[in-house]
Each structure stands twice: as C-alpha cells, then as structure tokens.
Design a protein around this ligand. Structure first.
Ligand SMILES: [Zn+2]
Length: 179
C-alpha cells in the first residue's frame, strides 16, 4: 500500500502505488488515475491550443500575444462539452470567408458584439460539420479495420506457405526408403 493521492485531472482519490504519475523538473510527482487519462488530457489541451491559435491568427487576425475574447472561449468551452475541438476548428475553417465578410460589412463597435456574432455563425453550422466529421471518422475506422483484416489474411497465407516449406524441409531429410 502506498499513500493516499488525488488525481490532478478528475480529483479521484487513490493509492500512490496504483496511480500513474509524472515527475516535474523539481522532482515533484503528480498523480493521475491512469496513463491513458493523462495522455487524453494532454491531447485535449493540445487540440484546444491549436483551435484558439487558429481563431486568433486566421479568424481575428490578431497579433501574437493578443488573447481570444472571453465570450468566445466561454462559448467554445460550452460547445466542447459535446463537440470535439477538431470539429470546432473545422467549423471555423469552413466559415472563415463568411466571418471575414461579415466583420467587414457589420463594422462592429465592440469586440464583444463581433465575437458574439462569430459564435452565432459557428453555432449555426456546427451540426453540419459534426455530421460530416463523424462520417469521415467512420470511413477511416472502417478502412483501418479492413487493413487489419487484410493483414490477418496475409499472415494466414504466409503461415500456410511456411508450413508447406517446412513439410518439404522434413521430406528433404528423409531418404527414399523412409517414405
Ligand atoms: Zn482521474
């Protein structure tokens, strides 16, 4: 039995001998329920960063260091409860031209007004993007399953061939009279 520790991500309590941990540069340990929970957390963080970076640079054309308006990050957080960050990024990508058009036409007086308007556009098309994303993902998964099946088939074939070779190998050791 180790000591009682708390998962940094989901706050679940557990045993330090059973939990996954990382060690920081000062040698301090941080505990997590499992390595997969930790990796998933890092993956989400990375995807969120990429999305916000895309919005700042490509959509809002901000300078480096300028932050995405809080009204947007809040809405994105809420949308992320259902939609993957990848879906949201794709949604911004597909609406980039129209967002730029409306920013020009509407001539917003406040950043809040502009940000809210952009999020309305995103919310209006997120389900279409989600559906095609889901479909694409399913196709890729099916292709991967097919590939695994082909690999298994190939392996089975190779094994059969090898078996035949082995049989011949044994035959070669036998003299004519043994057969
Ligand atoms: Zn946890």
């Amino acid at each position: 039995m180790g000591r009682k520790v708390v998962c940094k991500i989901c706050k679940e309590k557990g045993d330090s001998d059973l939990f996954f941990f990382t060690t920081d540069e000062k040698g301090r340990r941080k505990y997590y329920c499992s390595e997969s929970e930790y990796n998933d957390f890092l993956n989400q963080k990375e995807k969120r960063y990429k999305l916000l970076d895309y919005i700042a640079v490509e959509i809002l054309k901000y300078e480096e260091g300028q932050i995405v308006p809080p009204v947007m990050t809040k809405k994105i957080q809420a949308l992320n409860e259902f939609y993957d960050y990848e879906v949201l990024k794709e949604c911004f990508k597909q609406n980039k031209e129209s967002i730029h058009y409306w920013i020009k036409v509407k001539n917003f007086q406040s950043e809040y007004g502009m940000a809210s308007y952009i999020m309305k556009i995103i919310e209006g098309s997120v389900n279409d993007v989600y559906n095609s994303w889901k479909h694409k993902k399913r196709v890729i998964e099916r292709q991967e399953t097919d590939k695994v099946n082909v690999d298994i088939m190939n392996q089975l074939e190779n094994n059969t061939v090898k078996k035949n070779e082995n049989d011949e190998g044994i035959l070669a050791f036998l003299d004519e009279e043994d057969i």
